[in-house]
Design a protein around this ligand. Structure first.
Ligand SMILES: Cc1cc2nc3c(=O)[nH]c(=O)nc-3n(C[C@H](O)[C@H](O)[C@H](O)COP(=O)(O)OP(=O)(O)OC[C@H]3O[C@@H](n4cnc5c(N)ncnc54)[C@H](O)[C@@H]3O)c2cc1C
Length: 401
């Protein structure tokens, strides 16, 4: 039986294992958790077919410059002399051209929609208990200019047949009474849903284990390479040999890529959350995206999370108190929910951000037995099933050929 080693047990690695385990492979998944809770568990839990628009745009760049030095801004860029960061930043600008944005939008649309369909199959086939709800996602705005942006977004989504609706202040407050009355309007994206990401990760891990996927707790530190092929991954003093290797280590794929002499066009985009371990009084019925503050509130049956911010500050997971306070403040500005009723657990994790807002899903040109599945940025949860299916078909195709 052919052996496949997957490096990274986040949601992307798990969905790759899930689809590959339907074929005849001996699969080993290597992950150095749970010492560091991955982004796959700490994210906002949104499954968003609506997020077709890439981050690349000159407007984002201008906004980013305006926010430079503001300690509680939703986007923070630490100017760095690191050549990898400079290269990424220049490539981000290049990919903000109209033609690149249009191409990225179409690919994102396909990946997101395929994933949504695959999630539906997964939820019913596996009798999933990860709290999935498909009522939609609400955007709330407190400014006239914010409301104008929402109008433009609704037009764009409709032109891609994505069901959504602009909401007047009154209809917004009717739909979500926990919003404060100073909102001026909003929108509802009917095509989106949400779940508990930590539960999904635990669930799919145990499904994979039951399907024969072996998991090794350890850190891949290096590789043994011979004649352009990877022979083994080194985990401490151990060597794990396999016919095929899949690199799915989230933001840290960049560092493993360097060991393989591959330069992946990605940097870590740090995000934060505050997680409440029980349902709060007056918490929203829908997930709410607080438009001006770029903060998401995600309500669960037995919990609540506030999450957001994008910090380009390198591989650093320090919890910055100003950013955590910005989450609290946004919630207090938009929601009636009393978030002081419980002490939340703070968290920070890395999004694997590529310079063109597209994930890297491919067979490596450098090492024929290596497949890469990373760089999902702000959408790893939303794109994981399509990625898993695509990688499993890439690996299979090689054997069929
Ligand atoms: C605040 C925040 C909110 C977000 N909200 C959403 C959302 O609502 N919806 C959405 O779709 N996406 C969201 N995202 C993005 C999403 O979480 C990521 O895109 C996704 O988690 C990436 O998954 P992954 O499996 O590639 O990486 P990760 O989740 O980072 O997992 C990678 C795994 O690889 C392991 N690993 C790394 N290096 C090694 C090594 N050398 N050896 C062994 N193991 C290793 C790590 O320990 C980790 O377990 C959010 C992200 C953040 C930070």
């Amino acid at each position: 039986m052919k052996r496949v080693a997957i490096i990274g047990g986040g949601i992307v690695g798990q969905f790759i294992a899930y689809y590959l385990s339907k074929y005849d492979y001996e699969i080993t998944l290597i992950d150095d958790g749970p010492s560091m809770l991955p982004a796959s568990a700490g994210n906002c839990g949104l499954i968003t077919p609506s997020h077709i628009e890439p981050l690349n745009s000159f407007a984002t760049l201008i906004q980013g410059l305006k926010w430079l030095g503001k300690r509680d801004a939703p986007l923070a860029i630490k100017p760095q002399l690191d050549p990898a960061f400079i290269k990424w930043f220049l490539s981000f600008i290049w990919n903000s051209r109209k033609s690149s944005v249009k191409k990225a939008r179409n690919i994102r649309h396909q990946l997101l929609q395929t994933s949504w369909n695959l999630y539906s199959e997964y939820f019913s086939e596996e009798n999933s208990k990860c709290g999935f709800q498909s009522k939609g996602l609400i955007y709330a705005s407190t400014t006239a200019s914010g409301n104008e942006s929402l109008k433009r977004e609704v037009d764009l989504l409709r032109s891609h047949d994505l069901s959504c609706e602009l909401l007047t202040k009154e209809s917004l407050l009717n739909l979500e009474p926990c919003l404060k009355t100073d909102v001026v309007g909003g929108s509802i994206l009917h095509v989106d849903g949400w779940l508990r990401p930590d539960r999904l990760l635990t669930e799919i891990r145990s499904i994979n284990a039951a399907n024969g996927v072996k998991e090794i707790a350890g850190k891949v530190e290096d590789f043994i390479i011979s004649k352009g092929n990877i022979e083994a991954a080194q985990i401490g003093k151990e060597e794990l040999r396999a016919n095929h290797f899949i690199l799915a280590a989230g933001a840290l794929s960049y560092q493993l890529g360097k060991k393989l002499d591959i330069s992946l066009p990605m940097i870590p985009g740090k995000g934060y959350n505050l997680t409440f371990s029980s349902k709060l009084k007056d918490q929203p019925n829908y997930p709410i995206y607080m438009f001006e503050k770029k903060v998401v509130a995600t309500p669960w049956e037995d919990g609540f999370r506030l999450g957001s911010t994008m910090e380009f500050t390198g591989f650093d997971l320090t919890l910055n108190p100003s950013r955590l306070e910005a989450l609290r403040k946004a919630s207090k500005d938009y929601l009636k929910t009393d978030i002081d009723q419980e002490d939340p657990v703070p968290w920070a994790g890395w999004r694997p951000m590529t310079s063109n807002s597209l994930p890297i899903i491919k067979q490596s040109e450098k090492h024929q037995n290596l497949f890469i599945a990373t760089g999902h940025g702000m959408l790893g949860l939303s794109m994981a099933p399509a990625t898993g299916q695509l990688v499993s078909s890439l690996v299979n195709k090689q054997y069929i050929d």
